[in-house]
Design a protein around this ligand. Structure first.
Ligand SMILES: Nc1ncnc2c1ncn2[C@@H]1O[C@H](COP(=O)(O)OP(=O)(O)OP(=O)(O)O)[C@@H](O)[C@H]1O
Length: 338
C-alpha cells in the first residue's frame, strides 16, 4: 500500500483529494498520515470527509479513519462504479472540491454518471462554480469526456445551501496542447450580491473599470434573492480564442469593496501581461488531467505551492514525467510525458 505523508508540501486538503482521485482511477490503495497537518484545524473537516465518503461510494472502497478530525486514513478502492450520486457537504464547505475528488475517475469510467451536489458553490480557496463551468470543463471536453454542470442555487460561506448538477459522459483522456491564449474575444465582470447592499457591487465594478479599463457593457451586477445566506462574489472572465480565464474575489466583512475588486483586477492584469493561456488556479487542476492523459503541454505563470504539491502526489500513483521550463521570469512551460 502506498504511504503518503499529508504534511508534505502545502500540507492541506489538496494532497488528500488528489490521492483519492488518483487511487480511484488507478485502483491503487493508499494510507495517509498527518492529514492537513499544515492547517490551523488539522485532520478531516466536513468538506474533506464528504470527499472521502464520495470517493468511497464511487470506488466501492474499504476505508478506515473516515471520521471528523481524523488525521489518518486508509483507502482501498474495489470497483469504479459510474451511476447516479448525491453528495451533500452538510455545511458551507465547498461542494466543488467534492466534485474535484470524484470527477477524474468518473470521466474515464465505463459508463455515464449524474451527480447532484450540495454545499458551498462559491467559496474562497476552492474552485467557484463559474470557474468549473466556463474555464475547466471546456478543457475537459477538448480532452475527450463531456461534462456539463448546471447551477441550481448559489451557496456561500457561512450559510451554504448551494446546489448543482453534473452530467458526465466518459471518454479516454487525450493529451492537450495549450501554448497560446489567442485573441481576447470577450471580457465580463460580474458583481454578484445576495442580501448585501447594492452599493458594494457598484463600487466593485467601478474599481474594475478604473483598474482594467473595461467598458460599461462589460460590467454587470446580479442580485440574488433565493440564497440561504448573504454573499458577494466578483467574477472576472477573460475569454480568449483558446481558453477562458475566470478570476474570482469574495467580499468579506471588514474588507473594503475596492480592495476586493483591486485584488481580482491585479490577478487579471498579471495573467494578461504574462500572455499565458493558463492562470494560476487552472494550473494545478489541469496538471492532473494531463497526468492522467499521460501527455500534453501548456504555458502558465510560475508554479505555486499547490501545483508543486500536485506533482509530488502524482509520483505515488502514476508513471509520468513532468518538466517545468522557465521561458521568462513570468512564464513557465509545463510538459507531461507518459
Ligand atoms: N479562485 C479560484 N479559482 C479556481 N480554483 C481555485 C480558486 N481558489 C482555489 N482554487 C482551487 O481549489 C483547490 C484548493 O486547494 P487548497 O489546497 O487551497 O485547499 P487546501 O488548502 O488543501 O484546503 P484545505 O486544507 O482547507 O482543504 C485547488 O485546486 C485550487 O487551485
Amino acid at each position: 500500500m502506498v504511504r503518503i505523508d499529508g504534511s508534505k508540501g502545502e500540507g492541506g486538503g489538496q494532497v488528500l483529494r488528489t490521492s483519492l482521485a488518483l487511487s480511484l482511477v488507478t485502483g491503487t490503495p493508499f494510507q495517509m498520515v498527518n492529514i492537513r497537518a499544515g492547517r490551523q484545524k488539522p485532520g478531516l473537516l466536513r468538506q474533506h470527509l464528504t470527499a472521502v465518503k464520495a470517493a468511497t461510494e464511487v470506488g466501492a472502497a474499504e476505508v478506515t479513519g473516515a471520521e471528523l478530525g481524523s488525521r489518518e486514513l486508509t483507502f482501498k478502492p474495489r470497483t469504479l462504479a459510474p451511476g447516479n450520486y448525491f453528495f451533500s457537504v452538510g455545511t458551507a464547505g465547498s461542494a466543488t472540491l467534492v466534485l474535484q475528488t470524484v470527477l477524474p475517475a468518473l470521466m474515464v469510467a465505463s459508463g455515464p454518471s449524474t451527480l447532484r451536489l450540495e454545499g458551498g458553490t462559491h467559496n474562497p480557496l476552492a474552485p467557484p462554480f463559474d470557474f468549473l463551468q466556463k474555464s475547466y470543463l471546456p478543457l475537459v471536453g477538448r480532452m475527450g469526456p463531456k461534462v456539463e454542470a448546471v447551477l441550481e442555487r448559489h451557496g456561500f460561506f457561512p450559510a451554504g445551501g448551494g446546489k448543482f448538477q453534473v452530467k458526465v459522459e466518459p471518454a479516454p483522456l487525450k493529451p492537450l496542447t495549450l501554448l497560446e491564449r489567442g485573441r481576447v474575444v470577450r471580457r465580463q465582470a460580474t458583481a454578484l450580491i445576495a442580501m448585501i447592499p447594492f452599493d458594494v457591487a457598484k463600487r466593485e465594478l467601478a474599481t474594475v473599470e478604473q483598474a482594467l479599463k473595461w467598458k460599461p457593457n462589460e460590467l454587470r451586477t446580479e442580485e440574488l434573492k433565493r440564497t440561504q445566506g448573504p454573499g458577494n462574489v466578483l467574477t472576472l472572465e477573460v475569454e480568449s480564442e483558446h481558453v477562458t480565464e475566470v478570476v474570482t474575489a469574495f467580499g468579506e466583512r471588514g474588507v473594503r469593496a475596492e480592495e476586493v475588486a483591486g485584488n481580482a483586477a491585479a490577478e487579471v492584469k498579471r495573467y494578461l501581461d504574462a500572455e499565458v493561456p493558463v492562470g494560476e488556479h487552472l494550473c494545478d487542476q489541469l496538471l492532473l488531467l494531463l497526468a492522467l492523459a499521460k501527455g500534453g503541454t501548456f504555458r502558465t505563470l510560475p508554479l505555486d505551492g499547490h501545483a508543486v504539491t500536485q506533482l509530488d502526489t502524482f509520483a505515488h500513483f502514476l508513471d509520468v514525467k513532468v518538466d517545468v521550463r522557465e521561458v521568462s521570469p513570468e512564464v513557465r512551460e509545463v510538459e507531461v510525458r507518459g
